[in-house]
Design a protein around this ligand. Sequence first.
Ligand code: XIL
Length: 384
Amino acid sequence: MKNSYIIIAALAVAACAPKAPLGLKDVLGDKFLVGTALNEQQIRHQDPKADSIVALHFNAIVPENCMKHAELHPKEDEYNFELADKFVEYGEAAGLTMTGHCLVWHSQTGRWMFFDDKGELASPELLKQRMKDHITTVMTRYKGKLKGWDVVNEAIMEDGSYRKSLYYQILGEEFIPWAFQCAHEADPDAELYYNDYGMNLEGRRNGVVRLIRQLKERGLRIDAVGMQGHMGMDYPTVDEFRASMDAFIAEGVDVMITEWDMSANPTETQSADVGETQRLRMSMWTVAPEEREAIRQELLARLCPYSDGLPEDVSAEWNARMRAFTDLFIEYADHITRVTAWGITDATSWKNGFVVPGGTDYPLLFDREYNAKPFVNQLIEDYK
Ligand code: XIL
């Protein structure tokens, strides 16, 4: 008798206890992985509120910078795995799915890769050997811990041609299949991805489709295409984005949204026309330092006008656009394996200073006070 009182009392307490809040991963996790990028401070657990957001909302992480070539491999005979190891410890301790970013990219890559000891452009053989060494060393270290890797990042231009990076200048288009081959040999169980931005553009879409076919024709592994998803208020359209997803899926690969953020600022500079703003932007770096500040202020006023807070109407439009893209991702859940935001809160987004140094932007899922944006709360409400 006494026991049943205890059970009833316990049930009553449980029923009245406040329910644990639900996060994005709880409501969308059956459709795809829900991820975020971590910066150094977050990896080192120096941002406890960010830690709580990760724990509640995300089940996947990617390093924002610390696994890039120049970070891991500053000199030919010197690797620095300190922060990358911490990233992996973070993910393992929290049971998060981890992705590596990135093995081959024209940016944030040690210059030494491309030059021999006489300072001449490296020979094709030397660059191939260095690529193999880098890819093998890095992937072997994290074998079995990361689900997959962005093997090649941003190699195709808007018109579908190859970016004329130093990799391309030395090896031609062969550098891409070579990277995928080395990656597969280093860790046959790892998923391998091609990752790029502006994937909605028809030229790049077609270029990436050609690349997937080329890799598959050679029998090389490619599991998914990463569509970075750096967006703005007027680009891309949902339909263009959908068309690119359709095109990639038709080639037999999955799609991942790998670096999602949406600038809330005006997007004058996206115009193909090199207009006044663009000229001003360029001139910032060529004028004398004393003239620079005036130009920076003018650019801030045009391109980052919301330094004191986002106006209500812009915020409403931003939230509606983020929801429209989320709806698209949910519709394609059978083919989308991961949706990853490029950071946690607006305060630390790379977008703040991307267009104009010292700018303010509002591109992420959480605001500067660590609050979820309205569309995030609405999603949790709609899918709980
Ligand atoms: C960005 C980081 O967010 C910044 O912190 C860094 O200064 C530059 O790189 N495409 C990519 C990412 O693949 O690695 C870039 O990340 C953003 C664009």
